[in-house]
Design a protein around this ligand. Structure first.
Ligand code: G4P
Length: 525
């Protein structure tokens, strides 16, 4: 069954290899991906091993999940230090094979899931890590669904095969039935639990074990039997289905024991998708177009406590970025000089003299760039697809010192632009409401307002539990807003939002307004 995937059938691969150094060549060797998983499945351990395999051992120490090292990495923010969680999304770049990998890290805690969702708009593939004993868990499923919305190809890594695990057939079956995703084993485990010693590579028909095994070894006998069954029963790898997000190649391994990690990287290098096309309001932008375009998917403040800068993380969607180039900041219609784009290597950064589609650069700025902004060489083009999700928790901000109202307004705007919280200004002029997906975001807001702006706030409950963006014919919308003024607010872009106390109220209101649409996701960009 599984012959080595033939990447030449991929539309995005040129028929003749592009000359090294050319834009087309550089773009074709970019692999930009994220790892999605349920907490504890082994994302951090796998990240560390991947970086080590990519020759970035120094960085690997900084990624460690728990304990001192993780804290070291994120020590810019007290709240992270205190709780030992990671709120930061960063990018790690390394070279493996002939490819440049950009691994986009995502926050581990689900209260910061909005960040993760936005980061997934900047990747070309996702590695889904599954605990071999637990199978598909809640957060894996949720993140998978976000990937599916965007047809992001998924590579599966079944981790912790060195422990008691479910049967590989049962795991493959669970993935296909519960996620409605075809599975094609790329490797097969050799031995189980304490006797797990490696993998059989079904594409290259090679055995990768940590010790030599006799053909008579029970593990080899079991492998031969299982392979026969697997080859008869399971689908072959199909590049087109993989690229469309319908089929996942499955790798077995143990991140902790460093088994199966290079299988995964070799596969990503060989058939992992190169930078994909990006949708814009006017057209689809191909990665290997000459002109540079980029999309801001994340803003991060305080990357470096010594420089109070804001870093916009931009994914290059097409062409070549060169330091010093003048770009058009499409939302505000102004020229933007790109003096200090930066690459990130876990905690370190370095000036980016040039970068190509698929790469992620940090652009220091003082608030000119926002999530969803598009940068071009002049074309009036706006990328779409960066989502804002309707928050599930809405709180009114109570200012302790009324003299600081102006400062609070500025601070809330800046932090909302960064995506820390969503900000809703009630149309009746009452104090601002902040919306979050998880309550930890409120703690972060409070700590940062105090720490960075010297503003103390508290939170008060609101009668609202739901927010929906409202769109429709202008006149209808204006009438709706004035009739429901006390429940209307403007978001950070000035778009109207209707606040409701319950799902029932929301439904009833929406039913009474057939010409208006109520959205729980706002696509920006
Ligand atoms: P996460 O980022 O997905 O939350 O998971 P993380 O890598 O932190 O791993 C969670 C736990 O699972 C850790 O153990 C880690 O050592 C363990 N682990 C990860 N990969 C493997 C594997 O392949 N095999 C086995 N047996 N265990 C694995 P911990 O006890 O919670 O933390 P620690 O004390 O080891 O740091």
């Amino acid at each position: 069954m599984n012959a080595a995937p033939d990447t030449t059938s991929d539309d995005t691969t040129p028929a003749t290899p592009a000359a090294p150094g050319s834009i087309v060549h550089e773009i074709a060797r970019r692999r930009t991906f994220a790892i999605i998983s349920h907490p504890d499945a082994g994302k951090t351990t796998l990240t560390e091993r991947i970086l080590r395999a990519g020759g970035a051992i120094q960085m690997a120490g900084n990624v460690r999940a728990k304990g001192e090292r993780r804290r070291t990495r994120s020590d810019w923010m007290g709240i992270e230090r205190d709780r030992g969680i990671s709120v930061v999304t960063s990018v790690m770049t390394f070279e493996y094979g002939d490819c440049i990998f950009n691994l986009l890290d995502t926050p581990g805690h689900e209260d910061f899931s909005e960040d993760t969702y936005r980061t997934l708009t900047a990747v070309d593939a996702a590695v889904m890590v599954i605990d071999a004993a637990k199978g598909i868990e809640a957060r894996t499923r949720k993140l998978f669904e976000i990937c599916r919305l965007r047809d992001i190809p998924i590579v599966t890594f079944i981790n912790k095969m060195d422990r008691e695990a479910q049967d590989p057939f049962a795991l493959l079956d669970e993935i296909s039935s519960s996620l409605a995703l075809d599975t094609s084993p790329a490797t097969w485990p050799v031995g189980r639990a304490a006797k797990f010693v490696g993998t059989y590579d079904l594409y290259r028909r090679e055995l990768h074990t940590t010790e030599p095994l006799e053909q008579s070894d029970p593990r080899m006998v079991q492998l031969a039997e299982e392979l026969e069954l697997a080859e008869a029963a399971l689908p072959e790898f199909d590049l087109e289905s993989f690229n469309a997000g319908h089929l996942t190649p499955v790798f077995f391994g143990s991140a902790m024991k460093e088994i199966g990690v290079t299988d995964l990287l070799d596969a990503l290098a060989s058939f992992g998708p190169p930078p994909r096309d990006q949708a814009s309001e006017t057209r689809s932008v191909h990665a290997d177009e000459e002109a540079m375009t980029a999309l801001v998917f994340k803003i991060q403040a305080n990357m470096d406590p010594n420089h109070r800068d804001r870093m916009a993380f931009a994914r290059i969607c097409s062409g070549r970025l060169q330091r010093g180039m003048r770009l058009k900041h499409v939302r505000i219609g102004k020229q933007f000089a790109l003096h200090t784009p930066q690459f990130f290597f876990a905690r370190d950064r370095q000036l980016a003299e040039e970068a190509f589609a698929g790469d992620v650069v940090g652009i220091p700025n003082h608030g000119t760039l926002r999530i969803g902004d598009t940068l071009t060489e002049g074309e009036d083009l706006r990328f779409t697809g960066v989502p804002y999700f309707a928050p599930e928790i809405l709180r009114r901000v109570r200012l302790d010192d009324a003299m600081k109202a102006k400062k609070l307004r500025q601070a809330l705007t800046e932090l909302a632009e960064e995506g820390v919280v969503q900000l809703f200004r009630p149309q009746d002029g009452s104090p601002p409401i902040v919306g979050v997906v998880g309550t930890l975001q409120l703690d972060v807001l409070q700590a940062r307002l105090k720490g960075e702006y010297g503003v103390s706030i508290g939170f008060e409950s609101t009668p609202y539990n739901l927010a929906r963006w409202v769109t429709g014919p202008r006149e209808k919308l204006e009438t709706f807003c004035s009739v429901n003024r006390s429940a209307m607010a403007d978001d950070i872009d000035g778009d109207p939002v209707f606040l409701a106390s319950s799902a029932f109220m929301m439904r009833r209101t929406a039913e009474g307004q057939p010409e208006l649409a109520f959205h729980d996701i706002k696509q920006i960009g």
